[in-house]
Design a protein around this ligand. Structure first.
Ligand code: HEC
Length: 152
């Protein structure tokens, strides 16, 4: 762990300079490392998940973050909310996932997660994940988005 690098990444994410390139939204090297150590074991290396057990994170999170409640859902699922990652690290991993595995589904208006936003909303972790998810998938379908499967 290099706390300075984490702080630098958080500052870059928090700055959110208009017109900043994607490279400034996240620190890819740190994100990859945090992903490997904290998420990949369940979600698999390329984020495609495990049928019947673990949802894919590819081209689905981009749709979830288009809904205000969906944006919170992504940080409040237990695997993310209760991970060992601190707020800046979790923001960094989520921004990286959105940029590298959800580049097509991510809305153009997407604003990167910040450490402050994560701190304000990650807890309590969701206890009714399935119900919240079903509601969000329905809402997406009402908006004409059928890309997020109801069952995984
Ligand atoms: C122990 C296994 C495990 C780990 C580790 C894990 N997850 Fe998950 N994740 C799941 C499962 C299972 C679900 C389905 C919802 C539930 O039951 O919590 C899920 C759901 C999600 C979802 C919602 C996706 C959807 O379509 O519903 C997101 C986003 C997510 N995880 C992100 C992460 C991130 C980011 C990390 C690493 C910080 C992580 N997860 C670590 C197992 C895990």
């Amino acid at each position: 762990m290099k706390p300075r690098a984490v702080i630098a990444a958080a500052m870059l994410a928090a700055l959110g300079t208009p017109g900043a390139s994607q490279a400034q939204e996240y620190d890819a090297a740190r994100a990859r490392q945090d992903w490997v150590l904290n998420c990949m074991g369940c979600h698999t290396a390329n984020g495609s998940g495990i049928p019947g057990k673990v949802p894919a994170l590819r081209e689905s999170l981009g749709h979830f973050v288009s809904l205000p409640e969906g944006r919170q859902f992504v940080m409040r699922v237990p695997g993310a909310a209760n991970s060992a990652l601190n707020d800046a690290e979790l923001a960094n991993v989520l921004n990286w996932l959105l940029a590298t595995m959800n580049e097509r589904s991510r809305p153009a208006s997407f604003k990167p997660y910040t450490a402050d936003e994560i701190a304000a909303h990650r807890r309590p972790a969701l206890t009714d994940v399935a119900r919240t998810r079903t509601k969000l998938v329905k809402e997406l379908q009402e908006n004409g988005v059928n890309a997020v499967p109801e069952h995984y």
